[in-house]
Design a protein around this ligand. Structure first.
Ligand SMILES: NC(=O)c1ccc[n+]([C@@H]2O[C@H](COP(=O)([O-])OP(=O)(O)OC[C@H]3O[C@@H](n4cnc5c(N)ncnc54)[C@H](OP(=O)(O)O)[C@@H]3O)[C@@H](O)[C@H]2O)c1
Length: 216
């Protein structure tokens, strides 16, 4: 079983870590502030460790990037090229601006013709980024209950083997994978976060909706 390195200490990082640990994986969370995670680590038991971004990247055979979008490049640099080269990185990030949303609509620092993940793929060409888990809220990331209906997990990336690996994790966590193609598809997948969040901002409910692609 692969070891999982998660770059991040927020709700996405700890939620996905919990999902992996529940399924028997060993997880190392990477952070610039390990003290934030001492209670979390104590609750999780022997399969959870906490270290620097470089420690988590070195530990993981498979990595998850779960940091603020505008910190993604800096965090990957501090994880160190040697620790991430050749690995699959599940990219959960969104390019959200610090500005407040307008009528529930978040602002992005990217344009519709260039996504955050494409920028990461260009900056770290030896890494196999796969966009996933960016457009569903953390409370719904692990085996969400929609009366037997599995939500869609839209993914994209340039490496087919990496996407196959991520599709297996999506299935483990209760999602149907919808592979939208190469990295450019992140231009469409990242803004799904804006759409998903509108419902949250306008209703105050963040744990009851997810996307499903209907097909016939
Ligand atoms: N919240 C959700 O439900 C949700 C759902 C889907 C996708 N996402 C996306 O997933 C990502 C993580 O979201 P989140 O809500 O879990 O956490 P977050 O608050 O967006 O990010 C927290 C992480 O970002 C790191 N970070 C922030 N500023 C930094 C800086 N200047 N330099 C280095 N590291 C920095 C923090 O580092 P330290 O560990 O050192 O504090 C921490 O690990 C985001 O891109 C978000 O858009 C969120």
């Amino acid at each position: 079983m692969k070891n999982i390195g998660i770059l991040g200490s927020g709700v996405v990082a700890t939620t996905l870590a919990g999902g992996f640990i529940k399924n028997g994986y060993k997880v190392c969370l990477g952070t610039g502030h390990p003290e934030k995670l001492s209670d979390w680590k104590a609750q999780q038991g022997a399969n959870a460790t906490v270290g620097s971004f470089a420690d988590a990247a070195s530990f993981g055979d498979l990595l998850v990037l779960a940091v603020k979008g505008d910190a993604a490049v800096k965090v990957l640099e501090s994880a160190s090229k040697n620790n991430i080269e050749g690995k699959t990185i599940i990219d959960t990030t969104n390019p959200i601006e610090p500005a407040p949303p307008a009528n529930g609509v978040l602002k992005f620092f990217t344009s519709l013709n260039e996504s955050l993940m494409e920028g990461l793929q260009k900056a770290f060409p030896g890494v196999n980024f796969v966009k996933a888990f960016n457009s569903v809220g953390a409370p719904l990331m692990i085996n969400p209950d929609f009366n037997g209906i599995k939500p869609s997990m839209f993914i994209c990336g340039n490496n087919q083997q990496a996407k196959t690996e991520v599709a297996a994790i999506n299935a483990l966590f209760g999602f149907d994978t919808e592979d939208m193609g190469a990295a450019e598809a992140a231009r469409a997948i990242e803004p799904l976060c804006i759409l998903w969040c509108i419902t949250g901002f306008t209703t105050g409910k963040w744990d009851g909706h997810a996307f499903k692609l209907l097909k016939k």
